[in-house]
Ligand binder design. Structure first.
Ligand code: GLU
Length: 493
């Protein structure tokens, strides 16, 4: 048995004073949107209370461990600006923050509960013991180990393989209070004797979670609603140890439709998928902040720093939140538009190069697409015609509204070409001015000239930006080449 002194030392190390929240993912793969939202809320709650945000990796279930998942979690949080105050890559007073590295801590606590009659050693054959995280526990009424003499069992445990199980009371009920879900009560007879320590000496997820929340001085536990059914068991553990309980803040699920939760298996995106699809981290973060939480009022766009100030548990909703991609896209477009031209050009440049080649004037093209771009990944499609003029039908020159047809277009392009070639400098205004002067000379509206110019240089009826902007971004030489090709196409008709 571990000495009282050891436990006293552990207690003395617990950070106290000020709010402390944690994100406690199991490194099982991708960062789901739900996980990201839990991390965000835990971060915001800590910051809104002037406290600390911790990252703890819960990897005691080696069967579910995925190589590289911890690194992905660290990378994702950092990329999203959710800076941890303590965690595996920074340390802190309660380090280490990776549960498998804390292994020696858990057994003494499990044994302490055995000593108090709140847990027991179980020697049943391995299969029956249910050695996994979510064991199909033997019905505890039938579990002979529950009735073993504690001192004898402890001695046996030194020689024999065993697990340590919680001795859940058979009568009465356990109630816990959640800030979002209110008071939740479970009949004790429905609770199984959950495994606390597995036969490999590692704690189960539920046990390690409670021990670490206590030892790390966590004041507010923020977690997904899938854990609400386990909450009475956590409650029992706190009671058995006589520890102060944290404030529970349980957040509801994110749904793909009315009936189904968001699911990677069904093709719903993870947080990282969304970034790869061209969404900006700050837009996704802002959007998921509002999935299940409301600041009150109409305003929707908040930077992370603003969220840190306005977040409060009172705004979290108990109802499941519906993931609405159209709305996320709208948020993304707003964030793109709010960027300075330089910031947007830097983000857009790799996509622009993909579409328009290495010699394209990326800043000019970025300016052109910024007001119209909703997703970064749309850029190659939007600008595909820059790198190579697509083959287009001469009929595109016919546009009723602009009063153009193939004949007026041929005439306009023939006259426009030398005017453009003679411009003293190549700018959007210069090109626009040349079109305007020509239209005036023809006694027509500008569209009679601008429409054929747009078609000649893009081969498309719909383009990001008008003809003059496109021409400015394309450069004089290429514009003249394409106008020439347009003339030839129309002459060939
Ligand atoms: N390790 C759990 C998970 O990955 C954390 C649950 C909790 O925050 O308590 O979901």
């Amino acid at each position: 048995m571990t000495s009282q002194r050891w436990f006293d030392d552990m207690e003395a190390k617990i950070p106290r004073g000020g709010a402390r929240t944690r994100f406690a993912p199991s490194p099982t793969g991708f960062m789901h949107l739900g996980g990201m939202r839990t991390a965000l809320y835990a971060y915001l709650l800590a910051k809104s209370l002037g406290g600390s945000f911790l990252l703890r990796i819960e990897d005691t279930d080696s069967a579910r461990f995925v190589e590289g998942a911890t690194e992905a979690i660290l990378r994702t949080l950092r990329g999203a600006g959710l800076v941890c105050d303590e965690g595996p890559d920074i340390g802190g007073p309660a380090a280490p923050y990776i549960q498998s590295e804390r292994k020696p801590l858990y057994r003494p606590y499990a044994e302490r509960l055995c000593g108090r009659g709140a847990a027991y050693y179980c020697f049943c054959p391995r299969a029956e013991r249910g050695d996994r995280e979510t064991p199909a526990a033997a019905p505890r009424e039938d579990d002979p180990c529950r009735a073993l003499d504690p001192a004898e069992a402890a001695a046996r445990a030194g020689r024999e393989g065993h697990v340590i199980r919680m001795k859940a009371p058979r009568e009465g009920s356990t109630t816990f209070r959640d800030e979002v879900f209110g008071t939740v009560t479970a009949e004790n007879k429905t609770l199984d004797d959950m495994v606390l320590l597995k036969s490999d000496g590692l704690p189960t997820y539920n046990f390690a979670n409670v021990i670490d929340d206590h030892l790390m001085g966590i004041t507010h536990v923020l977690r997904g609603s899938e854990y609400i059914s386990s909450a009475p068991k956590y409650e029992m553990l706190y009671d058995a140890f006589g520890w102060e309980k944290p404030v529970y803040v349980t957040v509801s699920s994110i749904m793909r439709d009315e009936k189904h939760k968001l699911s990677k298996r069904l093709g719903d995106p993870t947080y990282e998928d969304l970034l790869a699809e061209g969404y900006l981290p700050e837009a996704v973060l802002n959007y998921i902040a509002l999935l299940g939480w409301s600041p009150g009022g109409e305003r929707e766009l908040y930077t992370l720093a603003e969220l840190e100030r306005v977040f409060s548990v009172a705004g979290i909703s108990k109802s499941p939140a519906l993931f609405d991609r159209a709305k996320l896209r709208h948020f993304n477009a707003e964030y793109i538009r709010a960027k300075s031209p330089e910031e947007f050009a830097a983000l857009a440049e790799p996509y622009i190069r993909l579409a328009a080649g290495p010699s394209a004037d990326a800043p000019a093209l970025a300016e052109l697409i910024q007001p119209r771009c909703e997703l970064l990944t749309e850029i190659p499609e939007m600008l595909g015609f820059i790198a190579a003029l697509p083959d287009y039908p001469a009929e595109l020159y016919v546009h009723k509204k602009s009063k153009t047809d193939e004949k007026t277009s041929l005439d306009a392009l023939r006259r426009l070409k030398p005017a453009l070639a003679g411009l003293p400098s190549w700018t959007r205004d210069g090109v626009h001015g040349a079109c305007e002067s020509l239209a005036a000379a023809l006694g027509a509206k500008n569209a009679l000239v601008m429409w054929p110019l747009r078609i000649a240089i893009s081969g498309r009826a719909v383009t990001p930006g008008g003809a003059a902007e496109l021409a400015a971004a394309l450069g004089r030489e290429e514009t003249l080449r394409r106008v020439g090709a347009g003339i030839e196409k129309l002459e060939g008709k």
